[in-house]
Ligand binder design. Structure first.
Ligand SMILES: [Ca+2]
Ligand SMILES: [Ca+2]
Ligand SMILES: [Ca+2]
Ligand SMILES: [Ca+2]
Length: 451
């Protein structure tokens, strides 16, 4: 090996000196940096392989290197050494009996080669295979036989690594690869059409929540699955998933009867002892909204609203309606003889609205009810008429005139006692039909057009 380097050195001695001088002058200004030969710590599972570099950090004009990696061959083997940044590998030897891998490289001067290497230089890439048992470790020690600039050794430090065989792990996860846009949770309508995040769901439709659970550990597992909507569990089951296998799950979600708003879907896959629990639960927020609504509310007159065309003998009328709409009712107005007024919502019964019209003069009144839903669809009821006809009590038979007919009725009941609600022939409502009532009737006798 020395022979190879020496031979190259002789062939370009002038250039090597020039580069060495340049390197010396350069190093004066960068005296604080130390060239370090380094290999990182490595952790892989039983039987697994990985490739890591042996680095020369803060190199200055490196033209040749001879480095031996020493390791415990009962724990780790070197299965390959491949080129780093140097022009020319000179020697390579792997001995997995003694635990030594030797590699020698050299750089040629230009134009044949790239000259001395400066900066962070990859010496070689070594492939390591874990041949030991779980939890075993091996040093990764670097023995630097030579690190030179063609004429002299370069001062350097060494940073060794440690090789660790990973413990066998239990590890399942909800795969985000399955549907990355939805954090691993896919939602479909009509069995196939995917609802992308940001698109709202429609209340009344049935969706499917889909996900994939992967077993990335080293054991067969029985996985406990829970799918929740906010805090409500919509499905819960156990599922066996073998090593390296997966479970693709789906749950039907019927949104009928739910209120509009944001809901959080949670999919959780749990096992007793998961090495990496952070990937065992995924959530996705979805917004539920009411379906398209172009239909106005339904408006229905209910008791005690008088039937259309009714004559009432009192000076008040109660108008009550039941108003219903799947989207929700916004405003309900009573149109009474052409004038609108807001109807009052009746207590705990959410869809009943009413107005009491009081102090009404005798006459005909026309009315109807308008109602709109929260989507702005306006509906109107049938139009009704009510006739208010209040006659004075002394017009006992309510025919608008005080005459012998009223007198006959009063006479027929004369001397009777009465109870509330007092009959009209007890004109002054004092509980007895007597001369006082007769006197009132007499005072209005032969009046007409009263009602
Ligand atoms: Ca996990
Ligand atoms: Ca509607
Ligand atoms: Ca009369
Ligand atoms: Ca009386």
């Amino acid at each position: 090996m020395k022979k190879s380097i020496a031979k190259i050195g002789r062939g370009s001695i002038a250039l090597v000196i020039a580069l060495t001088l340049a390197a010396l002058s350069f190093s004066a200004s960068t005296a604080t940096t130390t060239t370090t030969v380094s290999i990182q710590d490595v952790e892989i599972g039983v039987g697994e392989s990985t490739t890591v570099p042996i680095m020369i950090y803060d190199a200055e004009n490196v033209k040749g290197a001879n480095i031996i990696l020493e390791y415990n061959a009962s724990v780790v083997h070197v299965t390959n050494i491949s080129d780093g940044d140097f022009d020319m590998p000179v020697y390579k030897a792997i001995d997995n009996e003694t635990g030594q891998a030797t590699y020698v490289v050299v750089n040629l001067p230009p134009p044949a080669g790239s000259g001395g290497l400066t900066g962070n230089v990859t010496f070689a890439e070594v492939t390591l295979e874990a041949v030991g048992e779980a939890c075993e470790t091996s040093p990764l020690n670097l023995s630097v036989v030579s690190l030179n600039n063609g004429t002299a050794e370069i001062p350097r430090e060494v940073s060794n690594g440690t090789f660790h065989v990973k413990e066998k792990r239990h590890d399942v996860n909800i795969s985000t690869d399955y549907y990355p846009e939805g954090n691993g949770i896919k939602i479909t309508r009509d069995a196939a059409e995917v609802v992308p995040p940001g698109e709202n769901l429609t209340i009344g439709e049935t969706y499917k929540i889909r996900y994939r659970v992967e077993n990335e550990g080293e054991f067969d597992e029985t996985v406990h699955m829970i799918v929740k909507l906010d805090d409500t569990i919509i499905t819960e089951y156990d599922k066996g998933i073998d090593i390296g296998s997966y479970h693709r799950g789906e749950v039907e979600w019927d949104t009928t009867g739910l209120t509009a708003g944001v809901y959080t879907i949670t999919v959780n896959a749990s096992i007793a002892d998961d090495a990496n629990p952070v990937d065992n639960e995924r959530t996705r927020d979805v917004t539920l909204e009411m379906p398209e609504d172009t239909t106005p509310p339904t408006i229905e007159f209910i008791a005690p609203t008088p039937a259309n065309g009714t004559t009432v003998k009192v000076n008040y009328v109660n108008v009550s309606v039941r108003v219903t709409d799947p989207s929700g009712v916004d405003t309900v107005l009573l149109n009474w003889n052409g004038e609108n007024e807001t109807m009052t919502k009746l207590g705990p019964t959410p869809d009943i609205y009413f107005v009491n019209k009081t102090g009404l003069e005798n006459g005909n009144y026309t009315y109807k009810v308008y109602a709109n839903d929260i989507r702005g669809n306006m509906g109107v009821s049938e139009t009704r008429v009510v006739i208010v006809k209040v006659c004075p009590r002394y017009d006992i038979n309510e025919d608008g005139a005080v005459n012998y007919i009223d007198l006959g009725i009063l006479g027929a009941h004369y001397g009777e006692t009465t109870e509330p609600p007092y009959p009209r022939y007890d004109i002054n409502e004092d509980g007895i039909v007597n001369y006082i009532d007769l006197g009132i009737l007499g005072a209005h006798y032969e009046e007409t057009g009263l009602c």
